[in-house]
Ligand binder design. Structure first.
Ligand SMILES: C[S@@+](CC[C@H](N)C(=O)[O-])C[C@H]1O[C@@H](n2cnc3c(N)ncnc32)[C@H](O)[C@@H]1O
Length: 234
């Protein structure tokens, strides 16, 4: 490999971590407890992003148990609400299909967000959510994960809105993780194929988003960066 050629990061599925049994516990354990006591995330504010922005052509990326979309009223009747769901693991896709059954027209895509192109047409979704996924995917920082941001810009319509949140690396000066958060971050980054966020920095995320969207809002919430983007740059 030439000295300065870019490394291509490829994710692997983790069906043991994202098993049906673990997904059944996800809402209580992760959204209920880890968000509150470790990551200091405000679930009402995260839910509010969905209440404001979910459209009748929505793409949900990395749903786990589909907690927030599952608590969002349908913006349209079943035959008019189109939801694409993309995840590298099978069980979250199956759970999303169950949850959205009878509420939406659902298309499932078993796919890695780092691998372009996604099996979703260009300019085909008016809303897109990517919550707590970027810190799971391998890469030395957000520049190495930027293929996923390229794809967000490609699939979003000109008038659409994209949002998400991701846990920043524990060493990022933008956050002040408590002891529990530092211990969990360290052990999840040690564990195989769980977290990959030691190099994730707020400033890099802002730069990568601004390169691909004309309107970008990024703010820190506890250990996470919360981002909202509009105006994909073609
Ligand atoms: C921590 S959960 C996030 C759950 C939910 N979106 C939320 O806001 O809490 C991470 C989700 O991303 C998925 N995921 C992890 N790595 C992925 C990858 N490389 N490509 C696509 N999905 C991935 C997992 O299967 C899981 O559904």
């Amino acid at each position: 490999m030439p000295h300065n050629s870019p490394i291509t990061w490829v994710s692997q599925p983790n069906p043991r971590l994202y098993s049906p049994a673990n997904l059944d516990r996800y809402g209580d354990l992760i959204v209920g407890k880890a968000h509150r006591f470790a990551w200091k995330l405000n679930n009402a504010e995260l839910q509010d992003l969905y209440l404001r922005y979910v459209s009748d052509r929505h793409l949900e990326i990395g749903p786990a148990d589909l907690f927030f979309l599952g608590h969002t009223p349908a913006p349209a009747l079943e035959h008019q609400w189109h939801v694409d769901v993309l995840d590298i693991n099978q069980a979250p896709l199956e759970m999303a299909a169950q949850n959205l059954g009878g509420r939406a027209q659902v298309a499932l895509h078993e796919h890695d967000i780092l691998t372009a192109p996604w099996p979703v047409k260009a300019r085909s979704v008016d809303s897109l959510a990517c919550g707590n996924v970027l810190h799971c995917v391998p890469g030395a920082g957000f520049t190495a994960k930027a293929a996923a941001i390229d794809e967000m810009a490609r699939v979003l319509t000109d008038g659409g809105v994209a949002w998400g949140y991701t846990l920043l690396g524990a060493q990022d000066p933008a956050i002040s993780p408590n002891l529990l958060a530092r211990l969990l971050m360290r052990s999840y980054n040690w564990a195989e194929n769980t977290f990959h966020n030691t190099g994730d920095r707020l400033l890099d995320l802002e730069r990568e988003l601004n390169l691909r969207f004309s309107e970008v809002e990024v703010r820190v919430m506890g250990c996470a960066a919360v981002f909202v983007m509009r105006g994909p740059i073609r």
